[in-house]
Ligand binder design. Structure first.
Ligand code: ZN
Length: 181
């Protein structure tokens, strides 16, 4: 997951909003009407939400624990980042579990992906290429300090994210055009 707190909620079209609602419905994860209204759309300031972006809603966000619903459109990419350690904090341990669709997770390690789809012109900013392909009911825990990025499969995906609460301002993105300060 990423540092949501300091990133601006971006505008998305009605059509995209409906597409995201439809994905959530397909996941059978129940949200209240109010929660649907408070979905947050992030484009990381890059201006092409459907290519690089994510939709989230925090289900729980306390001093110690954060649980988030994360929705990715087909081939939408959550840019590469990591959650560094800092005094008093080892960094974020992040578990993603797929509820619907397929999520491609890329982490540090041997390159094993043959059909990886990096956003156009962004090759420099996607450096970790060990693919872990997750489908419904599969989950993976990303250790603290590990560089990673996510991408929705051909149908998109709906995911639960379990993570310890960290200072999200310290998260580091590979793409210098993403400014979270
Ligand atoms: Zn993350």
């Amino acid at each position: 997951m990423i540092d949501m707190m300091n990133l601006k909620n971006c505008r998305v079209t009605k059509e995209i909003q409906l597409q995201i609602r439809s994905l959530i419905k397909k996941s059978h994860f129940s949200l209240t009407k109010k929660e649907y209204e408070h979905l947050i759309y992030y484009d990381f300031g890059l201006g092409h939400f459907d290519k690089e972006g994510v939709t989230i809603i925090d289900l729980l966000n306390t001093e110690r624990l954060r649980i988030t619903l994360m929705i990715l459109l087909p081939y939408q990419t959550l840019p590469e980042h990591f959650h560094p350690s800092y005094p008093g904090e080892k960094g974020k341990e992040e578990t993603v579990r797929v509820l619907f669709g397929e999520t491609r997770l890329y982490i540090e390690g041997e390159t094993n992906a043959s059909n990886m789809v990096i956003p156009d012109g962004k090759e420099l900013f996607y450096t970790v290429k060990h693919e872990i392909n997750l489908i419904k009911n599969q989950q993976y825990t990303i250790n603290h300090g590990t560089r990673h990025w996510f991408q929705g499969g051909e149908k998109g995906s709906v995911n639960l994210e379990f993570q310890n609460t960290v200072d999200e301002k310290r998260n580091r993105f590979t793409d210098p055009n993403i400014n979270i300060a």
